[in-house]
Design a binder for this molecule. Structure first.
Ligand code: FAD
Length: 475
């Protein structure tokens, strides 16, 4: 199907039948979203009201959500700021919108803006990448060979996808042979091909389902990923896209993890949501090892424990085992393993696992106190979401200013992470949690319940809030 025809279908999807809402109802719901927006704004720690007179050269590395949020806050909070940003990307991507691109609701134009909209003129912008960090000497070197010195460093390089960590697969295979991946984007080039390719994949899948029941696999890797809910969002949205036409497929959700979600009430709710669709089979603890692109076969390592009888001691003991399993498919949606960029992994700033080493509360580096992290690159147990970066922002601002004033950082990030799980066109489970457990923005709403309200909030409100409030450090 041609791209233009696919875009025409968008209008039909915009107000989903499944929500059972007229356009008028939707507008009423939109009317309550500013309430939700103000509640959200009130949950983030407030920015300091008055600009502080502190001195020092601040270097921010990265040009995505975390970097721009940090820049906006520090630029406003310091009376005469001396800030340099090293970011290769002229274009800023609203990455959560890639899911709605995949679902046919947004286009590429809907999720991009020039980064220059967010970088003030008095900030030095070096359009390059950092190749190496030298925190012992307070300087970095760019790919172009420029050495940049700093007094204070904010690392915000995000996370990178490793398609080639799956044997037999290359990035070029995405969009061919029934393979898709919503994550395929290139921040430097300002493109989000994954969203476009996955929308075409939804439609190829629908065409195939008209002639039978295609076998469709959805994968989740064993590394931390940005937006941990995305693998299931694509599963449910594509299944619902077919269901609207009375079609179905043989769906397999394969994950390296032992459950659908680490919080049981959310896992149970997702299990309930799966019953809406014919034949979803979950394969837990299945790690995608390789792909035969031409032959359309995925090979997994399935790890499990088995109780084995020990004759000598007349007892049972638990033995860890693993099998290699081949799964043929017609279509596959791949979420690749992810890690920080090499420049971070190979630097003295990395912890033993390669992630940026920071205190999980203060976001300060434990060995280099003039270094802070924000966003996905941080080696902390939670928070690889834009919503987390929003909550990192005020903590980073106050703690960096404290260090610049010779004080001890006191603000604490609580682990806030948000995962808007799209269970169908028109419903979202808004999973919000922190280091302690559930952390719902609206405490009297059960967090595990799928709600139409969150769908409209996510589709219509979150994007303007991102561009006009979050990236400007106003919430
Ligand atoms: C498909 C998808 C769906 C998502 N859905 C949601 C959602 O619903 N809700 C939510 O809250 N979050 C969601 N996210 C996650 C969210 O987009 C990220 O968590 C957020 O963008 C993290 O911000 P960041 O600054 O850490 O990284 P990014 O925004 O990715 O920015 C990283 C930046 O660093 C730059 N960079 C990389 N290496 C270097 C280097 N060596 N030198 C200089 N610059 C460098 C890159 O060019 C880029 O500009 C989603 C993400 C995806 C991909």
């Amino acid at each position: 199907m041609k791209r233009e025809e696919l875009l025409e279908q968008r209008d039909e999807l915009e107000l989903p039948d499944t929500a059972g809402l007229s356009r008028r109802d939707a507008l009423k719901l939109m009317g309550i979203s500013p309430v939700a927006a103000s509640v959200l704004a009130s949950t983030a720690p407030a920015a300091s009201a008055e600009a502080v007179d502190v001195k020092g050269k601040i270097l921010i590395v990265g040009g995505g959500s975390g970097a721009i949020m940090a820049l906006a806050r520090l630029h406003r909070a310091i009376s005469d700021p001396d800030i340099t940003i090293i970011a290769p990307n002229e274009i800023h991507l609203y990455q959560p919108g890639q899911i709605f691109m995949a679902a046919g609701l947004y286009t590429h134009e809907d999720i991009v803006k020039p980064n220059s909209d967010f970088i003030p003129d008095d900030v030095t912008w070096i359009k390059d990448e950092v190749a190496s960090f030298d925190p012992d000497n307070n300087r970095v070197t760019t790919r172009g060979g420029e050495e940049v010195a700093y007094d204070y460093l904010v690392v915000a390089t995000g996370i990178v996808c490793h398609y080639d960590a799956i044997k037999g697969l290359t990035e070029d295979d995405i969009g061919t042979h029934g393979i898709s991946s919503v994550y395929l984007n290139n921040p430097e080039a300002g493109t989000a091909k994954g969203g476009e390719i996955t929308w075409e994949w939804f439609n190829d899948l629908k065409a195939a389902a008209k002639n039978g029941k295609p076998k469709v696999i959805y994968t989740q890797p064993n590394t931390p990923i940005k937006c941990g809910g995305a693998p299931q969002k694509i599963l449910y949205l594509s299944a619902d896209y077919l269901k609207k036409e009375g079609l179905s497929a043989d769906y397999a959700f394969t994950t390296s993890f032992p459950n659908l979600f680490f919080l049981k009430p959310i896992a149970d709710a997702l299990g309930e949501a799966q019953k809406r669709y014919d034949s979803i089979t979950n394969y837990f603890s299945h790690h995608l090892e390789s792909i035969d692109v031409e032959g359309k076969v995925a090979t997994y390592i399935h790890a499990y424990d088995e109780e084995v009888y020990d004759e000598d001691f007349d007892t049972y003991e638990t033995v860890s085992k693993s099998d290699r399993i081949e799964m043929p498919y017609d279509f596959i949606h791949i979420v690749p393993p992810m890690s920080p960029p090499d420049a971070v992994v190979n630097s003295p700033l990395a912890g033993g696992d390669g992630w940026l080493e920071v205190d999980k509360y203060t976001l300060q580096h434990p060995r280099f106190p003039n270094v802070f992290g924000i966003g996905d690159v941080c080696g902390i147990p939670m928070g690889k979401t834009g919503g987390s970066a929003r909550h990192h922002g005020p903590v980073l601002q106050d703690n960096l200013l404290a260090v610049m004033q010779g004080k001890t950082p006191k603000e604490k990030f609580d682990g806030y992470t948000v995962c808007p799980l799209k269970t169908e066109y028109g419903e979202i489970i808004m999973a919000e949690f922190n280091y302690e457990g559930f952390a719902p923005t609206i405490p009297f709403l059960a967090p595990e319940k799928p709600r139409v309200m969150w769908w409209y909030f996510d589709v219509y409100m979150l994007k303007p809030m991102y561009w006009y409030l979050m990236l400007r450090g106003l919430m």
